[in-house]
Design a protein around this ligand. Sequence first.
Ligand SMILES: [Zn+2]
Length: 74
Amino acid sequence: MPKLTRARREYDCYQCKSIIEKGSMYSKKSISFGSPSKETVENRGGVPTIVVHGFRVTKHICSKCSEKANESEI
Ligand SMILES: [Zn+2]
């Protein structure tokens, strides 16, 4: 069971797009795009630059969806 937090303000559920009302329970889900842990050093005009190949964002999901997400997780 993911950790639920009481909403301090209204949020939109990332999965079902319904409104998470202020005071109701929600959980956070971190979603990654690409490979956030993958970093390579590239030479950009003579300057070594660290390039990150992805990023991570945190989305709000309602308690109903967090239960469903938990079931489908490996
Ligand atoms: Zn939802």
